[in-house]
Design a protein. Sequence first.
Length: 367
Amino acid sequence: MSMLGNIFRGQFIDIIEWNAPAQNDILAWRFPRRNNEIKMNAKLIVREGQTALFVNEGQLADVFTPGTYTLTTKNLPILATLKGWKYGFESPFKAEVYFLSMRQWTDQKWGTQNPIMLRDPEIGPVRVRAFGTYAFHISDPATFLRQLVVTNPTFETFEISNQLRNVIVSRFTDAIGQTNIAVLDLAGNYNKVAQTALNVMKPDIGSLGLALTTFLIENISLPPEVEQALDQRSKMGVIGNLGQYTQYRTAEAIGDAAKNPSGMAGLGGGLAAGMAMADQMRGAMAAGAAQANVPPPIPGAASYYIAVNGQQQGPFDLTTLAAKAQLGALTRETLVWKQGMPNWLPAAQVADLANLFAATPPPIPGA
């Protein structure tokens, strides 16, 4: 008789609880009832950071927050209604019990798989990548159970991580476009962009019964080639005075060559190449400055066309031609023409232009 009693007692569940390991990724866990029945007056233990939900034949019934409960028809009002317990029926019953982890899930990674196209107010069209971390928790247990868990006996974080990452990247793209912050100013506005993105994501994440507690942007980066161009621009700003920089580099080269006598042979060539490059850069800068300082032509003043490598250029006023003569772009032999001239003539043979060139002494007799 005692053996028979043990068999019957073994089919009744007296304690319902979830001893979740300290380190796991389980969001939801179904109590393994199998064919056993839950005994009326059984103990339900819901620990801190957990929520227990009773499901009857696929329909959500009662929800329990942390605490210890003795299961009766009084604290199972919805299940009692579904079961038809009108008069406090005390028999064992069958129901599915799901435990949800209400803890905060931190250090979740997100990142853009493909670059985001932006129209930057300073640079223009540009591509950026971004990555960071976020944290979330279950905010609505009933919605989470209906939308995601359904009948899954164990629901882990990896099952929702891809969906969350897709929502985050999509809404982050919307947010970074809405802020309209220049790419070079984003570093000082990560918090503003993150808060905007968090507000945009809230409805989509909330529809799953979840909520983001933290959303952090670790980095927003440009393509390598754009970063290199910005680095070059920064270098030019740091160099500043090109003449002083050339003198400094020349002094460094001389010092290095003095330490290594065998290097003196190549020093001259290196210095010559460096000086030639510096002269070219100074010439280009001088040309730009000269062109920038040229005033507009005086109305009615003579304008001439010039021939350069067989191509016609111009017309240019006398002031512009004087600047070109100073830079060597206009020589005595350069062919020029203006309206009213029958043919192209060398600049030295035109009265208006002859005085632009330095006087050349006649050849020495008998030379």
